[in-house]
Design a protein around this ligand. Structure first.
Ligand code: MEV
Length: 324
């Protein structure tokens, strides 16, 4: 028996980085998803295959995993998720996993959270353990925490439950907003989430009184954005996205090239900002004007920048069992 598990990518509309220090953020699931196909094995073997990452890795059991290989193949979220799921149910039963994703990996779209939550759900589900969304989301968070050292619950919560959420530390709530069209641009990323979170931490350690003010301003933007998103006030959303972007630049997570690109896009009348940890990777563009949207897409195509046109989505974790 095979199962298919899928989780949505996550766009951070407002508040990334500040959320790590206990301030509010708004993140939204998108209708582009990560898929995992899994089947239980009779042995203790762990087999992981990903066409998009070009890898096929097999270990005799979780105790013989070579973590250097796992890190070098960018499979640490999957293996850490399997290990945590196994410990959670106190089992060593094996699993075969195939990962499929059209989303750029480690680029700011919450793919590490989606992969972590999907892997944990796949393990529990294909070995017939009960699936409690709250527990799955928590284990997904622990996976990110163990791999990255620091993380908020934002991405793992959104990818588990879908929709838009307002989050602050351990508490979050779903917010009802109209569906929003989003253009995602992607520039090759040079740094990991861990690098960028660490960079902001160092800045905060060096200039605590200044950086706390920046976080507080981001927090104020998030709370105002909540009102604007609920009322579908696109002019206000655009303003606030652009303000949030400038504060992310103050936090030093945006390369010179990325800042210039976003400055140019902003002149077309859109809201645009980095989404996620930064250090290049993905940025989001929002406009409710179809003509402007066309101009933006043409501009990005001319610049040879990869784009994903997507929408916000209410669909979270999905599991389907089937025979293959
Ligand atoms: C990463 O998608 C967003 C950050 O705020 C880190 C986190 O919340 O875990 C940079």
């Amino acid at each position: 028996m095979w199962i298919r598990v899928s989780c949505p990518g996550v766009v951070k509309f407002f508040g990334e980085h500040a959320v790590v220090y206990g301030y509010h953020a708004i993140a939204v699931a998108i209708d582009s998803r990560v898929e995992i196909y899994a089947r239980p094995l009779d042995s203790e073997e762990i087999v992981v295959n990903s066409e998009s990452l070009g890898v096929n890795v097999k270990f005799r059991s979780v105790d013989s995993v070579d973590w250097n290989v796992v890190w070098s193949r960018k499979l640490m979220y999957i293996f850490k998720a399997i290990e945590l799921a196994m410990n959670y149910v106190n089992s060593r039963k094996g699993i075969e996993i195939h990962v499929k994703s059209d989303l750029p990996v480690s680029a700011g779209l919450g793919t590490s959270a989606a992969v972590s939550v999907a892997t944990i759900s796949a393990y529990l589900s294909c070995h017939n353990y009960d699936l409690n969304l709250n527990e799955v989301s928590k284990l997904g968070y622990r996976t990110e925490l163990e791999v990255q050292g620091t993380a908020s619950r934002m991405d793992t919560t959104v990818t588990t439950y879908g929709g838009a959420i307002l989050i602050k530390e351990d508490s979050w709530r779903r917010i009802e907003i109209p569906e929003i069209p989003v253009i995602i641009g992607y520039v090759e990323r040079k740094y990991s989430t861990k690098d960028m979170v660490l960079k902001v931490k160092k800045l905060r350690d060096n200039y605590p009184e200044i950086i706390e003010h920046v976080f507080r301003s981001i927090d104020a933007i998030v709370l105002k954005a909540l009102e604007c998103m609920r009322n579908d006030n696109s002019e206000c959303i655009i303003h606030l996205m652009n303000m949030n972007q400038k504060l992310l630049e103050v936090l030093g997570i945006c390369s010179e090239d990325m800042s210039q690109l976003l400055d140019t896009l902003r002149k077309l009348g859109v809201g645009c900002k980095v989404t996620g940890a930064g250090g290049n990777g993905c940025f989001i563009i929002y406009t409710s004007n179809v003509e402007i949207e066309k101009r933006v897409v043409e501009f990005l195509k001319e610049k040879n920048i990869k784009i994903i046109r997507t929408r916000t989505s209410n669909l979270g974790l999905q599991i389907e069992k089937f025979l293959k």
